[in-house]
Design a protein around this ligand. Structure first.
Ligand SMILES: C[S@@+](CC[C@H](N)C(=O)[O-])C[C@H]1O[C@@H](n2cnc3c(N)ncnc32)[C@H](O)[C@@H]1O
Length: 209
């Protein structure tokens, strides 16, 4: 994701009602924040928010949270939400390493879309499916762990399959060409770009009881 210095990014984030400004205080209480008992789905590394906004509009009976570590990127999502009132959507600006400190067994599905691949071996632990993050995800999932991943990057995809399987996840569904699958699919910003270039998208669904 290219980072442009967005003027007023902090101000835009600070003034948005979509943003959970004190995510640590809601640990274990996110249902209360949404005011209903609907399941909560989380996207980590949501970028400019196309996917999570579309999902929230498409599935009003699911609560969606988009998490992203940079204010300058989150404010792009906030700009897309101007004049929209989407009650089942919240955004959080934080590093995914903090997930265990902001959620307590309340997430039912985690989306990892076009996560940074970190191709160098010495950076492998930064991948969002590395064995640094999988124990953190154990703390946030409600009854069982469900991860849905999409990526153009074969190296990241292969390392995810190894890491998830080694950690006890069962890969329930997998494909190397998402565009040719007959399923409902909300595009992310990166996905739209890659598809327009004819790049094949890998996807998987992995579950751990
Ligand atoms: C390649 S972009 C993909 C954005 C979007 N998911 C898409 O598909 O268009 C990866 C995003 O993940 C965010 N990200 C990477 N590591 C993160 C972390 N540890 N915590 C939160 N966000 C992270 C980056 O800032 C970036 O916006």
């Amino acid at each position: 994701m290219r980072l442009r210095n967005v003027r007023n990014a902090k101000e835009i984030v600070d003034n948005s009602d979509y943003v959970v400004h004190n995510p640590f205080e809601y640990k274990g209480k996110y249902k209360g924040l949404f005011g209903n008992e609907n399941p909560i789905h989380l996207e980590v590394g949501m970028g400019k928010g196309d996917f999570i906004i579309n999902m929230a509009l498409k599935y009003p009976d699911i609560n969606f949270i988009g998490l992203e570590k940079y204010e300058s990127i989150v404010c792009r999502a906030i700009q897309k939400l101007e004049n929209k009132e989407i009650k089942n959507l919240k955004l959080i600006v934080i590093d995914a390493l903090e997930l265990g400190n902001i959620f307590d067994k309340e997430i039912e599905c985690l989306y990892l879309n076009f996560s940074d691949p970190w191709p160098k071996k010495r950076h492998a632990k930064r991948r969002l499916t590395s064995n640094v993050f999988l124990p953190i995800y154990d703390q946030i999932f409600k009854d069982e762990c469900l991860i849905i991943q999409k990526t153009d990057n074969v190296g990241l995809f292969e390392s995810s399959i190894v890491s998830l399987s080694t950690y006890g996840y069962v890969i329930e569904d997998i494909s190397l060409d998402l565009a040719n699958k007959e399923i409902e699919n909300s595009l992310t910003e990166y996905e739209a770009k890659f598809m327009s270039q004819g790049t094949k998208i890998n996807d998987l669904k992995a579950r751990k009881k």
